[in-house]
Ligand binder design. Sequence first.
Ligand SMILES: O=C(O)CCC(=O)C(=O)O
Ligand SMILES: [Fe+2]
Length: 316
Amino acid sequence: MCDESRKHGSGGSIRGIQQWSFGAYPIMIPKIHPDEVIDFMNIDSTDFGSFTLAQRIRHFEVEGYVVLPDMLDAEHIARLKAELADAPMAPKPYSEYQTTGAKQPQWISRSAAELIGHPPMIEFFTELMGPDIVFTRGFFQRTHPGSPGISMHTDGQPHGSSIFDYEGSSPRLLRVLYYLDDLIPKRAPFRLIPRTHLSFHAQASPYVRYKSHPEEITLCVKAGSAVIIPSTLFHATHPNTDSSPRELIQFGYRPAWAGPIQPMKEWDAELVDNAPEQAKPFLQSLNTTGGVWGLEHKPKGMKTEAQGINPSRWSD
Ligand SMILES: O=C(O)CCC(=O)C(=O)O
Ligand SMILES: [Fe+2]
């Protein structure tokens, strides 16, 4: 799956700074600190393009990730990039080369807002989670040359946390990562530890972080691919040692019943009113929940079937 054929100029190294040139313009690539280097990659070679719906659901639920290739075509990627080109960006505390949009991308770019209800993704989500789905958060990230990798982490903590707020407390939450550039081995490819979302072991505490893990794998997906993970899966990135940045739009979704443990600040009503029609069904209250305290032992109208929990849902 990895494509190393795109080369960007020619390179050399001066005092820890990698120098690349595009014609007459030299580009300095800051060297990655030795502590930040992960010196191995187990590149995943799964042929996700051939997957049936049942295989996609099984891979997501059991392995803890699935790739949906070709979710965005070249024109769509170019439009998203153009609309987000001037988005105000803020650096992460650990590196000025890792930047994230100061505002959520759907409130800056109409195309990013439409992407919330992207029909092929919603078709898959409806099979995975049922039809009542809440969009929880959008992120836009630009990972510049010289950025160290992201440490192994989960995107949710069941009691809430300073990084993910109460969004991450939802008992079912997923992230979809739309990559706007090819993830080649040098350009901050995605890392993950399969099946960690299933572990009952204390080492799977979502409050713990790891630098790396011997059984982690690396995904080198094409631009326009979407990677989908449960919030409780351990995942990370490699550094960007390429000469060009890589951009990512990340969205959070959950089934409507799986609300957060504490109230969250609602969306600005005006932003929701002005959102594209295809996004609106997912821009529900962030406090939508099926949580009830007073349960009955034998409520009226109990059903006798439910396809979404069929053990056979992983077979066609
Ligand atoms: O940049 C990536 O590919 C992953 C980003 C990520 O995991 C995060 O922002 O929580
Ligand atoms: Fe993450």
